[in-house]
Ligand binder design. Structure first.
Ligand SMILES: Cc1cc2nc3c(=O)[nH]c(=O)nc-3n(C[C@H](O)[C@H](O)[C@H](O)COP(=O)(O)O)c2cc1C
Length: 168
């Protein structure tokens, strides 16, 4: 699949089959995160692969998010801001940017594997800290279910390019 086909094909998937995901597939997806660029190559992130169903349900206890826990795997991407590059001009910590790039590598690699994902940021960070027993220097930033899609959502609309891009 060409890169352009891949980014066209990706969707946020919110229904998953019960079919399990092979460890090889998950490893390739994690490897894609490992190859992501990061500011000063600091790689200030850590990925949790949550396969245990009880842990998945503990992360997403609400009825409205049961579909996330129902996927065979949930990935939780955490940042380690203490390791991230900080821009000296304004003190901006780049951990969130590095994590977002790694997470999107995850999402695109999963698409290549024929697996569905959905970026999830609407979660309780303190609950994640407790359930995953995160050390104080790790911050949960994003999660995604990972599994075989049980739906084929249509493409969501995007703004026109003219609205998004300025040519000078
Ligand atoms: C940073 C970020 C956070 C998101 N958080 C959630 C979320 O908590 N729950 C959810 O169902 N979708 C979430 N989404 C998915 C978006 O709703 C989705 O990407 C958007 O509607 C476009 O649809 P598409 O991904 O199918 O193109 C998130 C996406 C991003 C990039």
């Amino acid at each position: 699949m060409s890169f352009y086909d891949l980014i066209e094909r990706r969707r946020s998937v919110r229904r998953y089959q019960e079919t399990s995901v092979s460890e090889e597939s998950v490893r390739r997806v994690a490897e894609a995160a490992r190859l992501a660029p990061s500011a000063c190559n600091n790689q200030p992130w850590h990925l949790f692969v949550v396969r245990d169903p009880e842990t998945r349900r503990a992360l997403f206890p609400g009825a409205g998010q049961a579909w996330i826990a129902a996927a065979p795997v949930v990935l939780v991407m955490c940042s380690r801001p203490s390791e991230a590059w900080v821009r000296r001009y304004d003190g901006k910590n780049h951990a969130d940017i590095d994590v977002a790039i790694a997470m999107e590598h995850v999402v695109l690699a999963a698409t290549e594997e024929g697996l569905g994902t959905c970026w999830i940021c609407a979660f309780d960070p303190q609950l994640f800290r407790d359930v995953l027993k995160l050390p104080a220097d790790l911050e949960p930033v994003a999660a995604t279910p990972l599994g075989v899609p049980d739906e084929a959502p249509p493409a969501r609309p995007r703004k026109d390019l003219e609205e998004l891009v300025t040519w000078l």
